[in-house]
Write a protein that binds this ligand. Structure first.
Ligand SMILES: [Zn+2]
Length: 415
């Protein structure tokens, strides 16, 4: 008896210990599973949040490409990331496809307007409103006028376009006008800016540079003689800033043509040392990267004997060689020639230009005129400056912007 009860007691004790032990383990196992599930849920939620963020970023990038007329690129972005596809991405893809499939052939005239460097300090350059103000009043626009012009061009449906997408050689090497397809109501616009040699002195930009972050900037000397760095000191930068805010103003990132001379260096760089040439080349490279292309505007910008009375092939040959020697290494080769004084060469003198790789020749006209010959396209440009604001008001009003709301009050009359 004694032994049996002893055995029972021992058995009971062991059972109780075992129960407690296994109970604890069981409790811990259940608790562990719950913890695992909680962690998994949190992980899943985190992954979903990451996907949402990635999708938002993707939609933003695709929308930006779409606004800039990069239809195929935007569609590729939306479809190649299969893990991010949902109703919202499909909806955007549908909108892009709709616009892409409804582009219309542009059949009106392609307009080309041009500017000179911006007047930053009109009150300094044109101190007396009773005096006409000379070339700065006639041929230039004020920075604040360009800032007023751009939104109006956008509102009228203009889109900055590449002149090399307007003209090009066919398979037989014959120059042709190309077909342009844009959304309904949009018009291609070529913009060029002439003579950015920055030889004008105080009142306009002094030099175009890259700042310490590699961003395009303008060195400006204020009328008080202080050197400052700005990010809107000339046409290119004002347009770049505007397109950053309004990507639909630029067709596939294109901005305009910079028509460069050589007699005073390049954008304020004298090109007299290797260092100066390197800095100029870096600025040119950044301008190209931001959608600008370069044209020759001749080396010397000379009228008599060159682009004016007495023009002759010998002079044009020497001038062209000089531009190619000094400026082409900075800008790279170009097929665009912007004629000084808008003068149209003829005969042997024109042949020199055409034989040196130029096939788009731009002159200056009061209203748009384009002609395409076998060897080159001739494209007229309309100057935007004080003269045009006064004497071509009706043309500018009709085609581009409301002159009264653009023209600055600090402009002496020219009549
Ligand atoms: Zn010029």
């Amino acid at each position: 008896m004694g032994n049996i009860s002893k055995f029972k007691k021992r058995f009971l004790a062991i059972s109780v210990i075992a129960l407690v032990m296994f109970g604890c383990i069981g409790y811990n196992v259940v608790k562990g599973i719950e913890e695992d599930q909680r962690l998994q849920r949190e992980l899943l939620e985190l992954q979903e949040m990451e996907i949402d963020i990635a999708r938002l970023k993707l939609l933003e990038q695709a929308e930006l490409l779409f606004k800039g007329y990069y239809y195929d690129e935007a569609l590729a972005l939306l479809t190649e990331n299969t893990g991010l596809v949902n109703e919202t991405t499909a909806e955007l893809a549908k909108r892009i496809n709709h616009e892409k499939n409804n582009l219309v052939l542009y059949e009106d005239t392609v307009q080309h307007i041009f500017f000179h460097s911006l007047i930053l300090y009109p009150e300094y350059l044109i101190p007396n409103l009773n005096v006409s103000g000379g070339q700065f009043n006639e041929g230039f626009v004020f920075q604040r006028e360009l800032i007023r012009i751009l939104p109006q061009l956008l509102e009228r449906g203009y889109v900055l376009y590449n002149v090399n997408d307007v003209f090009g050689k066919d398979i037989n090497g014959i120059m042709r006008q190309k077909e342009i397809y844009l959304p309904e109501g949009k018009h291609p616009l070529i913009i060029s800016m002439d003579d950015p040699s920055y030889h004008y002195g105080i009142g306009l930009a002094h030099r175009m540079i890259l700042d310490e972050n590699g961003k395009l900037a303008t060195e400006v000397i204020t009328p008080q003689g202080e050197a400052i760095v700005t990010y809107d000191g000339d046409v290119m930068l004002v347009i770049n800033n505007f397109v950053d805010e309004h990507p639909d103003f630029s067709f596939r990132g294109h901005k305009g043509i910079i028509a460069t001379t050589g007699f005073f260096g390049f954008l304020g760089h004298k090109l007299d040392t290797d260092e100066s040439k390197q800095r100029a080349t870096a600025v040119a490279g950044k301008l190209k990267e931001t959608g600008w292309i370069f044209a020759s505007h001749s080396y010397g910008h000379t009228r008599v004997g060159f682009w004016g009375p007495g023009s002759n092939a010998g002079n044009i040959t020497r001038d062209t060689a000089r531009w190619q020697e000094v400026i082409e290494p900075i800008t790279g080769t170009t097929n665009i020639f912007v004629a000084p004084f808008g003068y149209t060469l003829s005969g042997a003198a024109m042949d020199v230009i055409l034989n040196n790789g130029f096939n788009i020749y731009c002159n200056v006209v009061a209203s748009q005129r384009i002609s395409v010959n076998d060897r080159y396209a001739l494209m007229g440009r309309i100057e935007i400056g004080g003269y045009a604001l006064e004497f071509y008001k009706s043309t500018l009003d009709r085609l581009f912007f409301d002159v009264d709301s653009v023209k600055d009050s600090h402009r002496p009359g020219l009549r």
